[in-house]
Ligand binder design. Structure first.
Ligand code: NAG
Ligand code: NAG
Ligand code: NAG
Ligand code: NAG
Ligand code: NAG
Ligand code: NAG
Ligand code: NAG
Length: 913
C-alpha cells in the first residue's frame, strides 16, 4: 500500500510511453480447450439473505439519499487504502489495512505468527483467539478493514511465494482456519477481507503490466469447487464482509472483471452479500469491471494504461461519467454502494467505530494528510496508539503449538538444561541491522519470522531463539555464521542446534534472486543451510535441526545422518520466536504442531504442472491446473509416492492412543441436496434506477481540487455531455457476450444461502474418538505391533530408541493431541476422487499422563459430496455405499476407521495410504 516516491515521478513519463505498448498487452496465448470463464450477467443484487436484512434495510435507506457522485465516492479511494466518504449523510471514509498477520506499516502492534504457522497448530479455538486479537488491534488502530485472512494461494505450488500467508496446502484446513479467523476478527467489528479470489498460486507474472498480461490460471469447474473455491464458500458461510480478487486471470478472464467468478460463483452461487474489492492496482477496466460485479476499486488509481499515482482512475469521475452516459446501469451502482454501506452496518461500524490514528506513509507524528497528493495540508497523522494489550500471549501460544517435531531419534528431545549447547546459523538471532531494517522484510538477515511483502508487519520486538537459549541453558556457544566454522572436538554429550531457513514473499521484492516465489532457492535451505547441517552432523553426535520456513524444504541430504537426531519445524513464529521454541526444546511443553503440507523426498515427486510457469514470449502465460484435484498429499497418494514426512505429521513427547471410536448418522442423505429456498426480492430493487440529473455530478461551486486526489465529480461541461448521451439512449458501449441488465431468475440449485445451499452444512455424520495419553507405557506400546492394540502408529519415530536415559524415557509427558479425520469415498462410484481428503480435525486440551479426552468430529453433506459439473450441483455419489472415515494423527498414520454403512469403527487397522 505504499509506493516508493521515485515511482511517482516516473509515472507520468511511463504513462506517455505506455500507449506504445498497448498492442503488446493485447497478445496472449489461447486458453486451452475446456477452460471457460462463461459470461454471467448482470451482477446479482445483494440483500436477500436473512442474516443481512437489517443492514440492507438501513443501507438502502442511506443510499436512497445519496447523489450519483456520493455513491461513486464510496466505491474507490482518493488516497491509498481509503474509500471516499459521504460527509453529508455521516458516512465516513473507510480505512483498509494490510495485513494477514498484524497491522502493517505501523508501531505498537503485535507481529503475530503467519497463517502457515497458525494452520500448523490444528487448534480451532486458538486460531479463533488469534483472530480475536488481530481484530482488536485493527479496531484499536481505527482500521475498518482487516485485509486478511488469506486462503488463496491455497498452496498448490510448493515454490509459491505467498503460501505462508495462508494456512496450508489443503482446502479444508484453509477453510476452517479462515472461517475461525473471520469470526474472531469480525466479532470485534472489523470487516475481514478474505483473499485472493482465485488462482494466485504463484507470484511471478501475477500482474497485468505494460508489457504483458498476468498469467491465466486455467481451472476446471470441479477442481475450482472442490479445492480453490471451497475455503471462500466457508468464509462466506462464516459471514465475511469483504472479498478481494486476485491479480491474475482465471480461464482467460482477469479476476477483477471476471463475471463468472464474481457474479456467477461468488454473488449467485455462494450468495455473498458483502462487497468485492480488487487487489491493489489490479483493476484494468472501468465499465467491464463494474458489470462483472466489482464493488470497490483499491486503492482507486488506474493501472489501466498502466501507471499508478497519476491522479487517474478507472472509476471515481469515470464511473460517474459511465453511469450518466448510460454505460453502467444505475442499478449496478446502487448495488455497489449498498453493498459497501450494508457491510459497514453489518459489522456495527455505525456505532462508535474509531477513526484511523496511524499513517502507513510515515512514522512521524506530523505529516501530509493526503499523502497521495503532491501538495497536501499537514496535520497529526500518528498517535502511536498501543493496541498490543496482552496479545503476545496468544501470539506465543500459536507460535509454540505450531512447532512440529518431525523426528526424535533416541528421545534426543527434550534436552537436559545441563547439556552444553553449540548453536549454529544466523537464523537463531534477530537481524543484527535491526528487526525492521528491511522494508516489508525484504531481506533474509537473521531469523525468518515472517515472509516478505504486504503480508508482513513491523516487529515491536523479536524474542529470538539465541537470547532465549542463553536465558535457559547453562552453557551456550553461538557461532553466528551459516558456514560451518572450525570447532573444538566435541564430546559425546555435546548438543549442536542448527538453525536453517527458507524464505519467500510477494513479487514486489526480489530477495537473493527469489522473485517472491522460491524460484532461485527452490526447496533447499537458504545460505547453504543443508551443508551447515551436514557439517555439524559430521562433528557432533547429537544434532537438533530447527527450521524456520515458509513451506516445505527437502531434507534428504541430511535427514538420515545418524547424528541428526531431532528436527523441529518452527514455521514462521512472528515476534515470539524464542521462548515458544526453547520451552519445547527443554520439555516444559510437548510439541503439538502438525505439518500443514507434505515434505516430499524430492520436488520431482510432484507433477510438472505445479512447478512455476514462465514463458519466453510476451504473451499471456497459461498456467493450466492439469493435475486437477491432485495437489500435495492427494497427488502423492495417488502416485503411490511416499513423502519424507506426510501432510499432518507431527510427533509429541507424549504418546497418544485412539480408542472407542463411534460414528453416528445425523442426517439421512439424498443424492442431491433438498431444493433451496426461493430467492427473495432484494431491497436494492426498490432503489431509484432513473438516470440521475447531471447536476448530481457537478463539482461544488468554487471547489478547488488537489492535484492527483481522486474525485467522483465531473466538470459541468463533462457531466452535461455524458448525461446527454445517456438521456438519448445513445451509449455505444460494447457489452460483453451474454450481457443483460435484467436480474436473473434462473437461480442455481447449488445456492440459496451464505456459502451455498444451506443443506450443504447439514451434519451427515458425527464421529467421536477417545484419545489417551499413554503415559509411561509410551516406549513399550510403540514397539508393540499387536494389531488389536490402539492406534499408536503416528508415533513410530518417537521415543523408540530408548537406549539412553534422557528425560523422555523415564518421564511421562503431558501434551496436546490432534485428531485428523479423512474421508475416503465409496470405491464403486463413477467419480474419480482422491484416496483420502481431510474433512475435520480437533485438538485436545493438555492431557496429563494417563488422562483421556473424547473429541467429536463432523462430516457435513458437502464433505461427502462431489461437484457434478453436468448437474452443476453437489452430489452424494452413493447414499448407501461405504464411506470410510479415517482417523489418526497424520495423513499416513490412520489406524482407526469408521464406516458410514455399518456405523461401526475399528482401531489398530492398516491405514489407506
Ligand atoms: C434518508 O431520507 C429519508 C427521507 O428524507 C429520511 O427519513 C432518512 O432518515 C434518511 N436516511 C439517512 C440514512 O440519511
Ligand atoms: C468524497 O470523499 C472525500 C474524502 O472523504 C470527501 O472529501 C468528498 O467530499 C466526498 N465527495 C462527495 C461527493 O461526497
Ligand atoms: C562452556 O562450554 C565451553 C565449550 O565446551 C567450555 O569451554 C566452557 O568451559 C564451558 N563453560 C562453563 C561455565 O561450563
Ligand atoms: C465410548 O464412547 C461412547 C460414546 O461417546 C461413550 O458413551 C462411552 O462412555 C465411551 N466409553 C469409554 C470406555 O470411554
Ligand atoms: C427517481 O430519480 C429521478 C431522477 O433523479 C427523479 O426524477 C424521480 O423523481 C425519482 N423517483 C422517485 C420515486 O424518487
Ligand atoms: C534409532 O536410531 C537409529 C540410529 O540413530 C536409527 O537408525 C533408527 O532409525 C532409529 N529408530 C527409529 C525407530 O527411529
Ligand atoms: C510500547 C511501544 O512499543 N511504544 C512505542 C510506540 O511507538 C512509538 C513510536 O514508534 C515508540 O517510540 C514507542 O516506544
Amino acid at each position: 500500500m505504499e509506493f516508493p516516491s521515485g515511482l511517482r515521478s516516473l509515472s507520468l513519463v511511463l504513462l506517455v510511453a505506455s500507449s506504445a505498448f498497448a498492442s503488446v498487452l493485447q497478445r496472449r496465448d489461447p486458453v486451452p480447450d475446456g477452460y471457460v470463464a462463461a459470461p454471467y450477467y448482470p451482477a446479482p443484487y445483494g440483500g436477500w439473505s436473512d442474516e443481512w436484512s437489517d443492514s440492507y434495510a438501513k443501507a438502502v435507506d442511506m443510499v436512497s439519499n445519496m447523489t450519483l457522485a456520493e455513491k461513486v465516492n464510496i466505491t474507490a479511494g482518493p488516497c491509498v487504502g481509503n474509500t471516499g466518504s459521504v460527509p453529508r449523510l455521516g458516512f465516513p471514509q473507510l480505512c483498509l489495512q494490510d495485513g494477514p498477520l498484524g497491522v502493517r506499516t505501523t508501531d505498537n502492534i503485535t507481529a503475530f505468527p503467519a497463517g502457515i504457522t497458525t494452520g500448523a497448530t490444528w487448534d480451532k479455538d486458538l486460531i479463533y483467539q488469534r483472530g480475536v486479537a488481530i481484530g482488536k488491534e485493527f479496531r484499536g488502530k481505527g482500521a475498518n478493514f482487516y485485509l486478511g485472512p488469506v486462503v488463496g494461494a491455497l498452496g498448490r505450488k510448493p515454490r509459491g511465494g505467498r503460501n505462508w500467508e495462508g494456512f496450508g496446502a489443503d482446502p479444508v484446513l484453509q477453510a476452517i482456519a479462515g472461517a475461525e479467523t473471520i469470526r474472531g476478527a469480525q466479532e470485534q467489528g472489523v470487516i475481514a477481507t478474505l483473499k485472493h479470489l482465485i488462482g494466485n498460486e504463484q507470484e511471478l507474472y501475477r500482474m497485468y503490466n505494460l508489457l504483458q498480461q498476468a498469467y491465466s490460471s486455467n481451472i476446471d469447474d470441479r477442481t475450482l469447487h472442490e479445492l480453490y473455491l471451497w475455503p471462500f464458500a466457508e468464509g462466506v458461510h462464516a459471514g465475511v464482509g469483504s472479498i478481494m480478487t486476485a491479480y491474475p486471470a482465471v480461464n482467460g478472464s482477469a479476476d477483477s472483471q471476471n463475471s463468472y467468478l464474481i457474479n456467477g460463483l461468488l454473488k449467485e452461487e455462494l450468495g455473498f452479500q458483502g462487497l468485492v474489492m480488487t487487489d491493489w492496482l489490479a483493476q484494468i477496466s472501468g465499465v467491464a469491471s463494474a458489470l462483472a460485479g466489482l464493488d470497490m476499486s483499491m486503492p482507486g488509481d488506474t493501472i489501466g494504461n498502466n501507471i499508478p499515482l497519476t491522479g487517474l482512475s478507472d472509476w471515481q469521475y469515470e464511473l460517474t461519467r459511465s453511469v450518466l452516459n448510460g454505460s453502467v446501469p444505475v442499478d449496478r451502482l446502487n448495488d455497489m454502494a449498498t453493498r459497501v454501506v450494508a457491510t459497514w452496518y453489518q459489522l456495527g461500524q455505525d456505532q462508535d467505530y474509531p477513526p484511523p490514528n496511524f499513517s502507513s506513509n510515515t512514522a512521524d507524528a506530523v505529516g501530509p494528510l493526503y499523502p497521495g497528493a503532491v501538495v497536501s495540508p499537514i496535520g497529526v497523522v500518528n498517535q502511536y496508539v498501543n493496541v498490543q494489550d496482552d496479545h503476545w500471549k496468544v501470539a506465543k501460544q500459536v507460535a509454540q503449538e505450531a512447532i512440529t517435531l518431525l523426528k526424535n531419534n533416541g528421545s534426543m528431545l527434550p534436552l537436559s538444561t545441563s547439556s552444553s549447547l553449540f548453536v549454529f546459523g544466523t537464523d537463531s538471532q534477530a537481524d543484527p541491522n535491526g528487526i525492521n531494517s528491511c522494508t516489508d522484510k525484504s531481506c533474509n538477515h537473521g531469523l525468518v519470522g515472517m515472509g516478505w511483502g504486504s503480508g508482513s508487519a513491523n516487529y515491536p520486538y523479536l524474542d529470538d531463539p539465541i537470547s532465549s537459549l542463553r536465558r535457559k541453558a547453562t552453557n551456550v556457544t553461538y557461532y553466528d555464521t551459516d558456514t560451518f566454522p572450525s570447532v573444538e572436538t566435541p564430546t559425546e554429550d555435546d548438543v549442536a542446534i542448527v538453525f536453517i531457513n527458507s524464505d519467500s514473499g510477494e513479487n514486489s521484492y526480489t530477495v537473493e534472486d527469489n522473485h517472491g516465489d522460491r524460484d532461485a532457492d527452490g526447496l533447499a535451505a537458504w545460505h547453504g543451510g543443508d551443508t551447515l547441517v551436514q557439517n555439524a552432523a559430521a562433528e557432533y553426535s547429537n544434532v537438533v535441526v530447527v527450521v524456520h520456513t515458509v513451506g516445505p524444504i527437502t531434507m534428504e541430504s541430511w535427514i538420515d545422518l545418524p547424528s541428526v537426531k531431532a528436527v523441529l519445524v518452527a514455521h514462521l513464529p512472528g515476534q515470539e520466536a524464542g521462548d515458544s521454541l526453547t520451552e519445547v526444546l527443554y520439555g516444559e511443553v510437548s510439541p503439538s504442531g502438525h505439518l500443514p503440507y507434505s515434505i516430499p523426498v524430492s520436488e520431482d515427486d510432484y507433477p510438472d504442472s505445479v512447478g512455476l510457469v514462465s514463458t519466453p514470449t510476451l504473451s499471456q502465460i497459461q498456467d493450466t491446473y492439469s493435475e486437477g484435484l491432485y495437489i500435495d498429499y492427494r497427488y502423492l497418494n495417488k502416485a503411490g509416492t511416499k513423502p519424507r514426512f506426510a501432510f499432518g505429521h507431527g510427533l509429541s513427547y507424549a504418546n497418544f492412543s485412539f480408542s472407542n471410536a463411534t460414528i453416528t448418522r445425523v442426517t439421512e442423505l439424498s443424492t442431491l441436496p433438498p431444493a433451496r429456498d426461493p430467492k427473495p426480492i432484494s431491497p436494492v430493487a426498490a432503489l431509484n434506477t432513473t438516470l440521475p440529473p447531471a447536476a448530481e455530478a457537478y463539482y461544488p461551486v468554487g471547489f478547488v481540487a488537489i492535484w492527483r486526489y481522486l474525485y467522483s465529480w465531473l466538470s459541468d461541461i463533462e457531466a452535461d455531455a455524458a448525461y446527454a448521451i445517456g438521456a438519448a439512449g445513445e451509449e455505444t458501449y460494447p457489452y460483453p457476450e451474454g450481457y443483460s441488465s435484467e436480474q436473473r431468475t434462473d437461480v442455481t440449485a447449488a445456492g440459496g444461502a451464505s456459502g451455498g445451499n444451506a443443506a450443504l452444512w447439514d451434519v451427515a455424520y458425527t464421529i467421536s474418538v477417545t484419545i489417551t495419553n499413554e503415559a509411561a507405557a509410551a516406549s513399550a506400546s510403540s514397539s508393540n505391533s499387536n494389531s488389536s492394540s490402539p492406534n499408536t502408529n503416528a508415533n513410530t519415530n518417537a521415543n523408540t530408541n530408548t537406549t539412553d536415559t534422557t528425560a523422555a524415557a523415564t518421564t511421562a509427558f503431558a501434551g496436546k493431541a490432534v485428531a485428523q479425520a479423512y474421508v475416503q469415498f465409496p470405491t464403486d462410484i463413477s467419480y474419480d476422487t482422491p484416496i483420502i481428503q481431510l474433512r475435520d480435525f480437533a485438538k485436545t486440551a493438555t492431557l496429563a499422563a494417563g488422562e483421556s479426552a473424547t473429541v467429536e468430529l463432523t462430516l457435513t453433506r458437502k464433505d461427502v459430496s462431489v461437484w457434478d459439473v453436468m448437474q452443476q450441483n453437489w452430489v452424494v455419489p452413493s447414499t448407501t455405499g461405504r464411506y470410510s472415515v479415517w482417523l489418526g494423527q497424520a495423513s499416513d498414520a490412520l489406524g482407526t476407521v469408521c464406516y458410514s454403512d455399518t456405523l461401526s469403527c475399528e482401531s489398530g487397522v492398516e491405514g489407506p495410504v
